[in-house]
Design a protein around this ligand. Structure first.
Ligand code: TYM
Length: 333
């Protein structure tokens, strides 16, 4: 068996993209592997500056994992912040990480590009060190648990490659005493595996185009209606593959239903409005039952807090064991 690990930032209720890119594949892997899934609350701190919101979002992401079927007997579910070894390892890894590597990180470069486009003279304006160090902390999350496989969406590919690079630098220097296993990413299959949001761009909280997993049916319906479509008349043939609505449908409907919708769109006779109704029905049928469990877990005093405490205690043992070896390898102990 392999050790699988993945994390989700605690910056709001997880959305359909998080489900397809991480939650679903991670829960499938949990059936036959060692699994550690965590809440990246210190990663979220870069963007969430409201303490009440952060507290709420930590519970929300935990409740989502459980509502989607995570079995806490089988999978360790914990908060990143409950494992101090992560932060010690991040400091150690900083000393073997080239700054140039961080300069080339996508999220950091995107922030600089935005400044350039807006004509801001200081390209680093608004960039905090948390954003700059983000990939090092992520490498620590993964390496502290000596994970082999990291199920994530394709947008995380660079982060996984950086983790492998950083582990390689450490191993190159200290490998005769301790070497990290080099982790690999496991990405959903297919070109369209990054889910589009309601504006057609990649679904992302930072674009505010996301569909949260457990909306009440009325609000879910409204969001689905907002997905832009062109004005091709109902009877005219349409290209399913250029439609965000169809892409979303194909991720959640079974093959038969997806194929039937494709055919009717291509032949003409199915309007975008009808396709949106199908998408709403499929989403509501998939997530409606989980939504009830989610709501119960979000109640104060639910079993959620105990599950997180237990997961943290067990995950921490593993982190402590890694740190003991690392400290000894580097000459700190
Ligand atoms: P985060 O919180 O942005 O996203 C969580 C997971 O959801 C995937 N994802 C998507 N997949 C398909 N389509 C989309 N539109 C979409 N949007 C998001 C992401 O790829 C991710 O797998 N850096 C990570 C959190 C993290 C982490 C880690 C992950 C911190 N430490 C260690 C793995 C291992 C992030 O920001 O994910």
């Amino acid at each position: 068996t392999k050790t699988y690990l993945t994390g989700i930032q605690t910056s709001g209720m997880p959305h359909l993209g998080n489900y397809v890119g991480a939650i679903k594949p991670a829960l499938e892997a949990a059936e036959s592997n060692d699994t550690l899934y965590f809440l990246a609350d210190y990663h979220a701190l870069n963007s969430v500056k409201d303490p009440e919101k952060l507290r709420h979002d930590v519970r929300s992401v935990a409740a989502t994992w459980l509502a989607c079927g995570l079995d806490p007997e089988r999978t360790l579910l914990y908060r990143q912040s409950a494992i101090p070894e992560v932060f010690e390892l991040a400091t150690i890894l900083s000393s073997v990480t080239a700054k140039g590597l961080m300069n080339r990180a996508h999220a950091y470069k995107a922030a600089r590009d935005r400044n350039a486009e807006a004509g801001v003279e200081d390209l680093d304006a608004g960039v905090n060190m948390g954003l700059f160090n983000y990939p090092v902390l992520m490498a620590a999350d993964i390496l502290v648990m000596a994970a082999d496989v990291v199920p994530v969406g394709r947008d995380q590919r660079q982060h996984i490659e950086y983790t492998a690079d950083i582990a390689g630098s450490f191993n190159h220097i200290y490998g005769s005493s301790y070497a990290f296993p080099i982790p690999r990413g496991a990405y959903p299959e297919g070109e369209g595996s990054m889910l589009p949001g309601i504006d057609g761009r990649k679904m992302s909280k930072s674009y505010d185009n996301h569909i949260p997993l457990f909306l009440p049916a009325g609000r879910l319906k409204k969001l689905v209606r907002r997905i832009p479509t062109d004005s091709t008349p109902v009877e005219a043939p349409k290209d399913p593959d250029s439609s965000a609505v169809f892409q979303l449908l194909s991720h959640f409907a079974d093959e038969e239903r997806t194929a039937a919708a494709r055919k009717r769109l291509e032949q003409g006779g199915m309007g975008w409005g009808e396709l949106k109704n199908e998408l709403f029905e499929v989403l509501d049928a998939t997530f409606g039952p989980m939504r009830e469990r989610y709501d119960a877990l979000m109640e104060p005093g639910s079993e959620l807090d105990g599950i997180l405490a237990d997961g943290a205690a067990r995950a921490r043992e593993r982190a402590r064991a890694t740190l003991a070896r690392v400290r000894s390898a580097i000459g700190i102990a």
